[in-house]
Design a protein around this ligand. Structure first.
Ligand code: SF4
Length: 309
């Protein structure tokens, strides 16, 4: 991370580009820069992580899934009856240019301001909540001791039965997940009915040897699921998705979600129509058995939640 690139000037110098300043945060860790160098500027890493002039377009929404309407305490979003989204960090292993939270993350918006006592008070007074989903930013950017602290606090609330982590770290900064974090998670296995890890990964080319190792380490203790975003120019074709699904299955990861891209301001160059997405998904169904097929979903801009496409 220390050797990562944090501005368009640094990116220009490394890749011989001529990008202007970005209105959004920039961060690409060193090992992804090495991959970009090998893969070239047409590769899926460059497409997902290098800033582009298209980001300055004002098309799209700042809050494309209506998060702001749904936060009930700092860092806590309550959209569905039984579960809440907890966003304890703004730090990511890499800044994805298509990120649906890119406007909130760049602003360090309210939903990321800490007031943990309010979080605990809300959870205690809502016994219908049985699952906490760690999101962000990326929860695996937190230190092992911080994760320990949160799990300890949540384990004291009797109605919290399930913990889920949504993370891009195994795919984007796999060596950052040390054994201490895995040990901490293991220590809480008895306190919850289940701890699930949902890995955000969009293309088979992201599955390097280090990524395989990281998935194997996590998979030896926890159920692993995947979520992928359908992205124009990155994975919007059936062959890449079929390959990704079967490779994930080989690694013990169950495909869970295929997200239709959100209409995010600064990321509309990744957007494709629902008709195009449905056409890809129809073909996918012909090549992948139902039990391996991720749900193809869209987060509604009004904040009402996921809708099956
Ligand atoms: S890791 Fe997740 S939250 Fe962070 S930039 Fe990528 S998509 Fe957004």
């Amino acid at each position: 991370m220390r050797k990562g690139l944090r501005s368009t000037d640094e990116i220009n110098a490394r890749f011989g580009l001529n990008l202007g300043p970005s209105r959004y945060e920039v961060f690409i860790p060193d090992h992804i820069n090495e991959i970009i160098q090998k893969e070239g500027l047409d590769g899926i890493h460059a497409k997902q992580f290098l800033p582009s002039a298209f980001e300055s377009s004002d098309m799209g929404l700042e809050d494309p899934i209506g998060d702001q309407e749904k936060y009930v305490a700092p860092q806590l979003i309550h959209r569905y009856d039984n579960r809440v989204l907890f966003t304890p960090t703004t730090i990511c292993p890499v800044i994805c240019r298509y990120c649906f939270r890119k406007n909130e993350l760049s602003d360090k918006h309210e939903i990321f301001k800490a007031d943990f006592e309010k979080v605990i008070a809300y959870l205690k007074s809502h016994s219908e909540i049985n699952e906490i989903i760690f999101s962000g930013g990326d929860p695996f950017m937190l230190s092992a001791s911080k994760i320990d602290f949160y799990l300890n606090q949540f384990s004291k609330i009797e109605h919290i039965k399930f913990i889920r982590f949504h993370t891009r770290t195994p795919a984007s900064l796999p060596n950052y997940i040390g054994n201490e974090v895995i040990e901490v998670l293991n220590n809480y296995r008895q306190d919850f009915n289940d701890i699930n890890i949902v890995i955000h990964i969009n293309h088979t080319d992201e599955i390097t040897k280090d990524v395989r190792n990281c998935i194997a380490r996590l998979g030896s203790s926890f159920s692993l699921l995947s979520q992928s975003v359908l992205l124009k120019g990155v994975n919007d074709n059936v062959d890449d998705l079929v390959k990704l699904i079967y490779t994930l299955h080989e690694l013990g990861v169950r495909p869970y979600y295929l997200h239709h891209p959100d209409q995010t301001k600064g990321a509309m160059h990744f957007y494709l129509s629902q008709d195009k997405g449905r056409e890809i998904y129809r073909k996918l169904r012909r090549q992948v058995p139902g039990w391996l097929l991720p749900q193809y979903i869209l987060d509604s801009p009004d904040g009402s939640g996921k809708r099956n496409l």
